[in-house]
Ligand binder design. Structure first.
Ligand code: GLU
Length: 490
């Protein structure tokens, strides 16, 4: 039985940091191959020596690894179809260029940038789409030789066959049809001899035995060109799935201006990789389940048929939702490391929380944080007195009045469990429910009103019982004294 496993790939041009939009393409490719037990390949499309940069090639690999999108073949991993950086494949491309020159499917073009620009202008003025005029298509061998002898720079163009219909079945957008007569001869090698995108991208997909290309729909008009090219070279094309782009809330393509963030920024802000992939896997793809899914489940339930054709809209609230889900699932130890992974005002949570309290601190606040910065605020609030009472806390304290705190302090003499303490305090003060817990919470935790969280679900803050255990009684006494002073101010 013939069995051909799926092989997908991510083929970024390392010209900048990976941001949400392009890493989503990597994720979709990854999930598809993971679902079907296939291979995921990484290829660096770094032929544009001017714009490309080694540091971006490095950075994108760090980002992919952080997200768990490990590749089976590619830079740093190797594989039988390498090298995996296009800048190292020029020898391979030369053979294929020569093949096309020999069969007459490619020809040198001596048109200057200036000439081409004029021709495009003229076409635009006549209301025609820009297409190469074909000026160098019919140069005689003698003309070619003499131009080369003059040292004229030349690009190499693919000779698009006349009168062909190029059809393919896009896995997202369905059957596609293009007329070759609408497509002008296109450049496959630049005058500096580097390969152009159409060429190296298509040739490498074929040589690296990629079976499915998932890429942005902005590439869909490139596909007929690449199919013709592969046909001329006798190379087997992959299947294609062109996915809708990600747009910002304003409907414009996602960019820095309308909310896009780089993967590096997300990492530095303390987003957890599981949160990012749970979010991105649903950005333009629908799962049956709205539950947080582990990477293996994200893969096993990923389906090309569930990719949406409509543009996907980036929504920070959704990302935060998955972040909370990821935080809720992380174990205490992971969260402790995570909240200390980011320095805030040059300090770490661990400098504020006593060493023997790290676990109880995490347990007390874990349901009240989205980022390490949130954890830091709680640590500062709970373990330092600086700026502990915000406006809302002061209000709650003053509403309870000095008498309440007088009693609260007196009861600390035989304080035990919070449950008993609060029961006795209720009996003594006559305060119940909110009137009992709000001022106490404000006094002890300095309960800030989650002003740093974009969307607050936890106005109530940590459980009082956990705070009671977390803070030692000397600290609680101190806080009750401070509250008493504030309550006496009015
Ligand atoms: N290097 C191309 C890009 O980053 C790859 C496009 C493709 O996936 O085929 O846009």
């Amino acid at each position: 039985m013939e069995f051909s496993a799926i092989k997908t790939r991510f083929a970024p041009s390392p010209t900048g940091l990976l941001h949400l939009g392009n890493v989503r393409t990597a994720l979709f490719n990854y999930l598809l191959s993971a679902n079907l037990g296939g291979q995921f390949l990484l290829r660096l499309e770094d032929t544009d020596a001017v714009r490309g940069d080694d540091k971006y090639a490095e950075a994108l690999q760090v980002d992919l690894r952080w997200l768990g999108l490990n590749w089976h073949e590619g830079p740093g991993v190797g594989g039988e179809h390498g090298p995996y950086a296009q800048s190292e494949r020029s020898g391979i491309y030369t053979d294929y260029f020569n093949q096309l020159i020999e069969t007459g499917d490619a020809y040198p073009c001596f048109c200057s940038e200036h000439e081409l620009k004029l021709s495009r202008k003229a076409q635009a003025a006549a209301g025609k789409p820009p297409r190469y005029s074909g000026k160098c298509r019919g140069l005689s061998p003698d003309e070619v030789v003499s131009y080369f002898a003059e040292g004229k720079p030349a690009t190499l163009r693919f000779r698009v066959p006349a009168d062909r219909t190029i059809e393919f079945d896009d896995r997202v957008r369905g059957p596609q049809r293009f007329a070759s007569d609408d497509i002008g001869d296109f450049i496959i090698r630049r005058s500096d001899h580097t390969p152009a995108f159409f060429f190296s991208n298509a040739v490498d997909d074929a040589l690296m035995k990629v079976t499915l290309v998932v890429r942005g729909e902005d590439h869909i008009t490139n596909t007929p060109r690449q199919l013709m090219l592969l046909d001329s070279l006798g190379l087997a094309p992959p299947q294609y799935a062109h996915i809708a782009l990600v747009v910002g809330q304003d409907g414009a393509p996602l960019s820095k201006r309308n909310g896009s963030q780089t993967v590096q920024e997300l990492r530095e802000r303390g987003y957890l990789p599981e949160a990012v992939i749970n979010y991105l896997a649903r950005l333009g793809h629908t799962y049956e389940s709205n539950d947080f899914l582990a990477p293996a489940a994200l893969a096993s339930q990923f389906d090309v048929a569930r990719l949406n054709r409509a543009p996907a809209r980036f929504d920070l609230k959704q990302l935060l939702h998955w972040q909370r889900e990821a935080v809720a699932r992380a174990d205490d130890d992971t969260l402790w490391k995570w909240m200390n992974s980011v320095a805030i005002a040059d300090t770490h949570v661990s400098t504020l929380v006593p060493a023997n309290k790290s676990t109880s601190f995490v347990q007390a606040i874990r349901e009240n944080i989205e980022t390490p910065a949130d954890a830091f605020l709680w640590a500062a609030n709970l373990f330092t007195d600086s700026g502990v009472y915000d406006h809302s806390a002061r209000e709650a304290i003053q509403a309870a009045g000095p008498e309440f705190f007088q009693q609260a302090r007196a009861l600390m003499a035989d304080a035990s469990e919070f449950r008993d303490y609060s029961k006795k305090l209720a009996e003594m003060t006559g305060n119940k429910g909110k009137a009992l817990f709000m001022p106490l919470r404000a006094a002890i935790s300095g309960e800030h009103d989650q002003r740093h969280a974009v969307e607050s679900r936890w106005h109530d803050g940590p459980q009082m019982g956990s705070l009671w255990q977390l803070l030692d009684s000397a600290m609680i006494r101190r806080r009750l004294e401070l509250a008493h002073a504030i309550a006496s101010e009015s």
